[in-house]
Design a binder for this molecule. Sequence first.
Ligand SMILES: C[S@@+](CC[C@H](N)C(=O)[O-])C[C@H]1O[C@@H](n2cnc3c(N)ncnc32)[C@H](O)[C@@H]1O
Length: 194
Amino acid sequence: MTAARTEPSRDEAQPIFFAHWLRRPLSMGAALPSGPQVARALARQMQLDRPGTILELGAGTGTITRGLLDGGCPAERLALVEMEPQLVAHLERRYRGSLIWRGDARSVASFLEMCVPRLATVISSLPIKWFSRDEQRAVVLPCLERLGPGGHFVQITNGPNSPIAARSLGIEARHIGAVWLHFLPVQIWRYWRD
Ligand SMILES: C[S@@+](CC[C@H](N)C(=O)[O-])C[C@H]1O[C@@H](n2cnc3c(N)ncnc32)[C@H](O)[C@@H]1O
């Protein structure tokens, strides 16, 4: 967990992202980072009027992170989780003042236990549709517990269906919109517990 110092451009991370995609496409989920339009749409999903941290899962090159900050989230309210060391190093250089955890989101419970008592909203671009049901449970349920009633877990996906098996996890799901990038829509889903 570190704070970043300088502000290099996002472009320096794109080759790293693409190289990881070539090696492990399912872990990256997409060949390109999320664009600024997606970042703006996700920033509108932040519940900044609730107390607690805004948690971004799978922060990658930091495109969505930039959108969340530009959308009004103070850097010190933002926590980022990313598993690829080179992308973490990039995030550390770029985002000063935010909490950055280099780790596997499937172990997010221990990170929350140590560092985050309360969550306002979770914004995820993890390739979660490729996770097993137990892995999805390990990511989503600890987040919903820290979110409490009324808190949203927001997830993007390229596919047409819910990327999270909401019914087997016993949670509510709603498709809340799409961002059209050329001919490929990015779908936005919201999950919560009644
Ligand atoms: C589709 S990319 C989105 C990246 C980011 N939104 C961007 O625009 O650069 C998914 C990201 O999730 C990360 N990731 C995948 N599985 C993960 C896991 N289990 N724990 C933490 N990060 C993970 C990947 O390394 C990648 O950076």
